[in-house]
Design a protein around this ligand. Structure first.
Ligand code: ATP
Ligand code: MG
Length: 562
């Protein structure tokens, strides 16, 4: 099914109804509102695809808005990475659609004064801890703060002095005057502003009062004329407050909030706080470590933006929280790369194969198909000679039944080249196999025999003298437990780290054409998996290839056996 043929999700249904009813002047405007306190992960990708996709589908507007209202955890590095990731994922230059909540601080301040003047906000001298102690229970209302009874003039004066920096952190807050007995605790006179004396990544020292998320978010949506403010389910109980703030301001654009279920993936943790912990603790090499569920990690691993978008489409948008099997994500990239990746030959654990009856010094060029899924990709020539590298485990001294690869006396096909029959092997004094010997049948050039003789195994190879030495990095899941983040589990999620999630192969041998690979180019190494030339270390003297995903889901096999 194509993007437009799929069934409408519940948000699309709402939008179509709104359009039919002529709401919002017939326009659709969405936003993706990250807080720049970490790198984006695959969960954010779901939100980006949804919000950006809605705008695109309904000919509407989309903005990337940084929700940068808390100076203490936010950094420019995060802003830059988020812009790069969103542009990569959407495939669009968004430079004219980037907004910062901090650009609205003055406007928000004016709105806050409006509420104070209306007697709907007041300055409170309780500390956050006191507020927590005073908040009551479902049947006992919150204890009132004396600021509730101040005149609007007095509150306005205090608020101005808060802004002017006359008070210390924690001394005062601005709170909305709503309902101390509300069953929704978010409505029990929530804090709108607190004093933070820290430099902001954009406004510097201009401000020492900063708006709280609930106050700021609806205003940001309103200022940008957002129509459908889509967020995750944990904000459901905040919607009443979102509405209250907007309903109590005059002459503003009125956006509406809708919630959907966040993405959770098996064998993965997905909170920025935990991902930061993995980075800081040295459990991974950084935010873009190819094992990370971050967008830049997936990209470095070899994921295409098309595959990530296809995955997000497949999982859909609903209101029920669930955990998606990470295999779905892996299958999305397999499917994409199967169609588009060029086929190459590469030997990860090389052992020499000597073709005893092949002329010494002779090198011939063997034609190989670049992509059987796409004829237009054509063919290439690969050198072939008397000595090749083959995969160590494509030979067995004492083969079990059903082992169709090389063993003494057995004939196999060298992919695209010839049939060879194993004649013997050599070992060093420690008993390690140093070389395998065989003879070839010159009449089987191209890998087919004229007499119709069949072989059951086909193995890949690389010619020794022209081989490209490479480092290959094999990745596995970061966690061994399906739900490392299970709130019922008292153990720390780091207890479940997979200690074998990275294997570095320093001496792989690849076919020579891979010397021309460019950073981020993706390939299928035949019979092994999909690989991507590393973006970060693309100038390394020895090229580095990251395994994106194996050809098949090897975990499924292990689980069935288990
Ligand atoms: P985390 O909980 O991972 O730390 P966050 O929600 O604090 O993320 P924000 O920067 O606030 O991160 O998120 C920006 C937007 O992305 C929000 O609208 C949020 O609802 C959405 N989002 C965050 N995590 C997910 C997820 N796992 N699935 C879908 N959307 C998500
Ligand atoms: Mg958040």
């Amino acid at each position: 099914m194509s993007e437009t043929e799929t069934r409408l999700n519940f948000i699309e249904q709402i939008i179509e109804q709104d359009l039919a009813d002529g709401k919002n002047g017939g326009v659709v405007a969405t936003r993706f509102p990250p807080e720049p306190n970490g790198y984006l992960h695959i969960g954010h990708a779901k939100s980006i695809c949804l919000n950006y996709g809605l705008a695109k589908r309904y000919g509407g507007a989309f903005v990337l808005r940084f929700d940068d209202t808390n100076p203490s955890k936010e950094e420019t590095e995060y802003v830059e990475s988020i812009i790069e990731d969103v542009q990569w994922l959407t495939g669009e230059n968004l430079s004219d659609r980037i907004r910062f909540a901090s650009d609205y601080f003055e406007q928000m301040y004016v709105f806050a004064e409006e509420l104070i003047k209306k007697g709907k906000a007041y300055v409170c001298n309780q500390t956050l801890a006191e507020m927590r102690d005073n908040r009551g229970t479902p049947s006992i209302p919150m204890k009132p703060s004396e600021g509730r009874e101040f005149t609007a003039e007095k509150n306005l004066d205090l608020f101005k002095r808060m802004r002017a920096g006359e008070f210390n952190e924690g001394e005062f807050t601005l709170r909305a005057k709503i309902d101390l007995a509300s069953p929704n605790f978010n409505m029990r006179d929530p804090v709108m502003y607190r004093i933070i004396k820290a430099a902001h990544h954009r406004t510097g020292d201009k401000w020492c009062i900063y708006p709280m998320y609930d106050w700021a978010h609806g205003l940001e949506d309103s200022i940008e004329h957002i129509t459908h403010s889509v967020c995750t389910l944990e904000f459901e109980h905040h919607r009443q407050l979102y509405d209250w703030f907007l309903d109590n301001l005059d002459d503003i654009w009125r956006p509406h909030q809708y919630e959907f279920a966040r993405l959770n993936l098996t064998y993965t943790v997905m909170s920025k706080r935990k991902l930061l912990e993995l980075v800081k603790g040295g459990f991974v090499s950084g935010w873009s470590d190819p094992r990370m569920p971050t967008i830049c990690g997936l990209r470095r691993r070899g994921y295409t933006s098309e595959a990530v978008r296809a995955f997000c489409r497949e999982i859909g948008v609903a209101k029920m929280n669930s955990i998606i099997d990470v295999v779905k994500l892996e299958n999305a990239i397999r499917e994409d790369l199967n169609k588009h990746a060029l086929r190459r030959m590469g030997v990860l654990r090389p052992v020499k194969l000597l073709i005893e009856n092949y002329p010494e010094g002779k090198v011939e060029q063997i034609e190989a198909v670049n992509n059987p899924e796409n004829e237009a990709e054509g063919t290439r020539l690969i050198p072939f000679s008397r000595t090749l590298y083959i995969e160590h485990d494509d030979f067995m001294e004492e083969p079990p039944k059903k082992y169709f690869r090389l063993s003494v006396g057995r004939e196999v096909r060298l992919r695209y080249a010839y049939y060879v029959t194993c004649t013997g092997f050599d070992k060093d004094i420690d008993g390690n196999i140093t070389q395998i010997r065989c003879t070839y049948d010159p009449t089987t050039r191209g890998g087919t025999s004229a007499d119709g003789r069949k072989v059951q195994g086909t193995i890949h190879w690389v010619e020794v003298n022209s081989a490209l030495g490479a480092e290959v990095r094999l990745y596995d899941r970061l966690f061994t437990k399906e739900n490392p983040d299970d709130p019922q589990d008292l153990a720390d999620y780091k207890t479940y780290m997979n200690l074998n999630s990275l294997e570095i192969i320093a001496n792989a041998k690849l076919e020579p054409s891979l010397a021309d690979a460019v950073a981020e180019q993706r390939f299928q190494f035949e019979r092994i998996g999909y690989f991507c030339k590393d973006i970060v270390n693309s100038d390394n003297a020895t090229p580095i290839f990251n395994r994106t995903v194996s050809l098949r889901d090897t975990w499924a096999k292990i689980e069935k056996k288990g």
